[in-house]
Design a protein around this ligand. Structure first.
Ligand code: ATP
Ligand code: MG
Length: 344
């Protein structure tokens, strides 16, 4: 036990070539607050997988373990085009692991850091894909609780009408379940507070509408280049989610139709009852609000030359397919992602 626990904490170079459960570790993909994700070879089926090794302290937390076991089973049973398929989840020598499909691409966090605000069409397409994944999970009684750009993986899509394919990942892995507030025993919050719903903060029961809030925060940031609330410290941020009104999106994106502000006001309502009752209802309302925008000349926010109206990104039913949008190229540069293994 001590050996593998030490190995988890060790440098990725020490893990390369090692076997964990039935997987041979090839290289590190990245690491978050409580896990390291490796590219690995499934030795039984001889295929590449993403192998996530969770920090050993999570295995020692009974509440987390129970939920991990339950929710990874439910997540593994979810068969949805926008949910990363989980192949296996279990425990080996005191380390919880998840083997899942290896997604070639980057997460939305990296994409936003690199590109800044995305064109409305891209934001809506990604939001719609994630919304359909979340609603499918909700239909199975599973609430994600940790919708954030780092948990949305963006792979290359199939064609110009589907330039990107979004996958939602990390069901049941929210660190916010570790304690009421999500703070660890040493008082540090693990993860980000930018997308957390007011009812999660106050410890009230959550349902799918907390994911509506999280998704709305993500889509807001995708369009604005910043999340709805920016505060100097975590406590102020927690307070803002519970009590403050987020700035209207059109303050950052004056190129968008003012009706979008009403859509975000509803999706980001403090009370779950006041929000859209599903994630698709939110993105459908957003799409409708954006779709009414008349054509406009001039550059959009975020350095993207396309305006909403000429993006052809949110086609109305029955519209003919159009040329690939101009922004698709910077989003999907050819060749390997330059900072793929920048993480230490
Ligand atoms: N199935 C996968 N295929 C390819 N890359 C993945 C896969 N799952 C996760 N990753 C990548 O691994 C990295 C680490 O993921 P991880 O979930 O540990 O951290 P995170 O979600 O960014 O942060 P946090 O610790 O706050 O959850 C991320 O860069 C993510 O894009
Ligand atoms: Mg993650």
């Amino acid at each position: 036990m001590a050996r593998d626990t030490a190995a988890f904490a060790g440098r990725s170079a020490e893990m390369v070539g090692r076997q964990v459960a039935g997987y041979r570790i090839q290289d590190e993909i990245g690491r978050g607050g409580m896990a390291v994700v490796y590219r690995a070879r499934d030795l039984r089926l001889d295929r590449v997988v993403a192998l996530k090794l969770l920090a050993p302290e999570l295995a020692r937390n009974d509440t987390f373990r129970k939920r991990f076991t339950h929710e990874s089973r439910v997540a593994a049973a979810l068969d949805h085009p926008h949910i990363v398929p989980v192949f296996e989840a279990g425990e080996t020598d005191g380390v919880l692991y998840i083997a899942m499909r290896y997604v070639e691409g980057r997460d939305l966090r990296h994409l936003l850091d690199r590109e800044g605000p995305l064109p409305a069409g891209t934001a809506v397409r990604i939001g719609t894909q994630v919304a359909s994944a979340l609603d499918a999970a909700h239909d199975h009684g599973l609430v994600h609780r940790d919708v954030k750009p780092g948990n949305i993986l963006i792979a290359r899509g199939t064609d110009s009408e589907h330039p990107e394919h979004a996958y939602l990942t990390d069901f049941g892995l929210t660190k916010k379940s570790l304690s009421l507030t999500g703070f660890t025993t040493v008082g540090q919050f693990v993860g980000t507070l930018d997308y957390v719903a007011p009812e999660q903060i106050s410890g009230r029961p959550v349902d799918g509408r907390c994911d509506v809030y999280g998704l709305a925060c993500v889509v807001y940031e995708t369009l604005a280049g910043r999340p709805p609330f920016l505060r100097d410290d975590d406590m102020a941020l927690l307070w803002a989610h519970q009590h403050d009104t987020p700035p209207a999106l059109t303050e950052s994106r004056p190129d968008l139709a003012p009706r979008v502000d009403g859509v975000f006001a509803r999706a980001l309502a403090k009370s779950p009852d006041a929000r859209h009752d599903s994630c698709m209802a939110f993105v459908t309302a957003l799409r409708a609000a954006l779709g009414g925008r008349p054509a406009q000349a001039g550059p959009a926010a975020g350095g993207h030359p396309a305006t909403w109206a000429d993006e052809s990104a949110v086609p109305e039913a029955g519209e003919r397919p159009q040329a690939p949008p101009r922004w698709a190229e910077p989003v999907f540069r050819t060749g390997p992602w330059p900072d793929r293994r920048d993480t230490p």
